[in-house]
Design a protein around this ligand. Structure first.
Ligand SMILES: NC(=O)c1ccc[n+]([C@@H]2O[C@H](COP(=O)([O-])OP(=O)(O)OC[C@H]3O[C@@H](n4cnc5c(N)ncnc54)[C@H](O)[C@@H]3O)[C@@H](O)[C@H]2O)c1
Length: 512
């Protein structure tokens, strides 16, 4: 039986468990690794991003930590060497990891060969997005723990299947949103949940950048990228199935080899989700963690392709607006043609949290009070520049990717599935941004169907439910983890409001 059919069966069996969160008896859990027992890493997709992952593992090895590169996989032979070992691709990465380039079990163009190796404990997946789920699920079913790059998967069904497989196989998975190693987001969540900013109303973030050549066209094309050096069939993935049975990618007849597709795949829908999934997923993950949200209830994606007319599919201006059953909203927006940010903040009824500084480890956050005696004036120019009422300074500095790896490896050793960036959180963030893609592409607002764990088309019921709640003088919903009762969550109706009410048969409802 071919590798492909064996693994396809395992893959489908893995995803069939979707929905039933199963746990195995303690005896069948993988054995806890001693602190000095070496964890051996297989790298799948050793392109640009993976060079940082290899760098982290080599750095840890240099520091005497019990971890080592054990295998590399890529469908590309690799960059022609420029004198220093830093090239991307299979053979340069093997060299960098000090692996024997002729050892076909550990230096391979076929990831299934790497998954068969008993001396590979965990894999790092850094291929383009359309391969993430397939590799992650196959890896878990082959007994490996998984560090998987963001965006977690290409489709929502795949993200759900990764969560279910991780639960079923009890494998440790971390989603490579390295900002989750920054303690600022958890500190903000604790601050929010304690009621300090009152009812949480809205969060906002952005990912603005600018590029003279067009976003992602800055990944250079070189002559040595050719069908001779790249297994195009395997890169496309058309012989492999996703969780719904669809091929991972187009056939070579549908998509002939093209260096631009290969190196700049983010520009094309079959392989990525544009800035919605490539970039927004970073901020969406840490912002929903801070706000106390997970899956959205309703998502609208907006945007357009307004300047970058260079043959790409994906828009250069994009916005996602997500609304939540918890009674609040999250907005993420960007253009790839201007680099001024919206700023990251959480707006509550009593105060606003402003996050300070960009990057993976930010400076922390400052909290600014509110003037809630606002009358019918023009919006005042409150940019939150007053004296903060509270400041959190992030104690962590350095490389966030290193920090996320440190946490992941510790979780692998102790068999703790609660990494700093769990697949459960990752799937919620990914669903949000992917619903943004679908809304933008298909011109629809979408609801999240909690039972089916899938999006469906939205209707007017979202707006109606809030109006009904207002008429019934209902109480606001609160974000997850809320510990503050009604703090900052109730209006103080003016005394004259007692005079309201319909005049039935000419009778004043407020009495004579
Ligand atoms: N966390 C971050 O900050 C961050 C930064 C950059 C990229 N990423 C993510 O990392 C992933 C890779 O991005 P990149 O910029 O390195 O892309 P890339 O194109 O430079 O590298 C991907 C590599 O995967 C290889 N590949 C493709 N299909 C394969 C297969 N079936 N088997 C083995 N190898 C295969 C390609 O040949 C290529 O070398 C993406 O999902 C991206 O979103 C994350």
């Amino acid at each position: 039986m071919s590798k492909s059919s064996v693994n396809r069966r395992a893959f489908i069996a893995g995803s069939a468990a979707a929905g039933a969160a199963m746990s195995l008896p303690a005896a069948s859990y993988a054995k806890i690794k001693a602190a000095n027992e070496k964890l051996r890493v297989g790298f799948l997709g050793v392109g640009g991003r993976c060079q940082q992952h290899i760098g982290v593992i080599l750095q840890m090895q240099k520091e005497g930590k019990a971890v080592a590169p054990a295998a590399v996989c890529d469908v590309w032979d690799g960059e022609v060497k420029k004198g220093v070992i830093q090239g991307r691709g299979l053979y340069p990465s093997a060299e960098k990891c000090k692996l024997d380039k002729t050892d076909k079990n550990h230096v391979s163009k076929d990831y299934r060969t790497i998954l068969e190796q008993k001396d590979v404990d965990l894999v790092c997946i850094a291929t383009p997005d359309h391969w993430h789920a397939r590799m992650a699920i196959d890896a878990m079913n082959a007994g490996k723990d998984v560090y998987m790059e963001k965006p977690m998967t290409k489709t929502i069904a795949e993200a759900i299947a990764v969560v279910d497989t991780a639960q079923k196989t009890n494998k440790v998975v971390t989603v490579g949103v390295q900002s989750m190693a920054d303690p600022t987001w958890l500190a903000a969540h604790e601050y929010v949940a304690a009621g300090n900013i009152g009812k949480v109303m809205q969060g906002q973030t952005s990912y603005f950048r600018n590029s003279s050549v067009g976003q992602w066209r800055y990944y250079p094309l070189t002559k040595d990228m050719s069908p001779k050096t790249i297994d195009w069939d395997m890169w496309l993935g058309h012989k492999f199935q996703s969780v719904d049975g669809a091929p991972l990618g187009p056939t070579p007849q549908e998509q002939a080899f093209d260096r631009a597709i290969w190196a700049q795949w983010r520009c094309y829908w079959p392989f990525g989700g544009g800035m919605y999934t490539d970039l927004f997923v970073h901020q969406t993950t840490h912002m929903i963690a801070a706000m106390g949200l997970r899956f959205p209830a309703r998502v609208v994606g907006a945007g357009g392709l307004y300047l970058e007319y260079d043959g790409r599919d994906v828009p250069d201006v994009a916005t996602v607006v997500a609304d939540y059953d918890e009674g609040c909203q999250f907005i993420v927006g960007a253009t790839m043609c201007n680099d001024v940010q919206f700023g990251e903040m959480i707006r509550g009824h009593l105060a606003t949290i402003k996050f300070d500084g960009g990057g993976d480890f930010i400076k922390g956050f400052s909290v600014y009070g509110q003037n809630i005696a606002g009358g019918p004036a023009k919006p005042k120019s409150n940019n939150g520049e007053d004296k903060p009422v509270h400041v959190f300074e992030n104690p962590k500095k350095g490389d966030a990717t290193y920090a996320l790896w440190e946490n992941f490896l510790e979780c692998v050793r102790t068999r703790n599935r609660t990494t700093l960036s769990t697949p459960e959180l990752g799937a919620a963030a990914f669903a949000t941004v992917n619903m943004g893609v679908q809304s933008y592409r298909y011109g629809k607002a979408l609801f999240w169907d909690k039972e089916k764990r899938a999006p469906k088309e939205a209707d007017a019921s979202w707006a109606s439910q809030w109006e009904a709640r207002s008429k019934k003088r209902g109480k606001p919903n609160q974000v997850q983890g809320w510990k503050a009762g009604e703090k900052g969550s109730l209006l103080e109706p003016p005394v004259y409001q007692k005079l309201e009410g319909p005049w039935v048969n000419g009778k004043d409802p407020a009495g004579e």
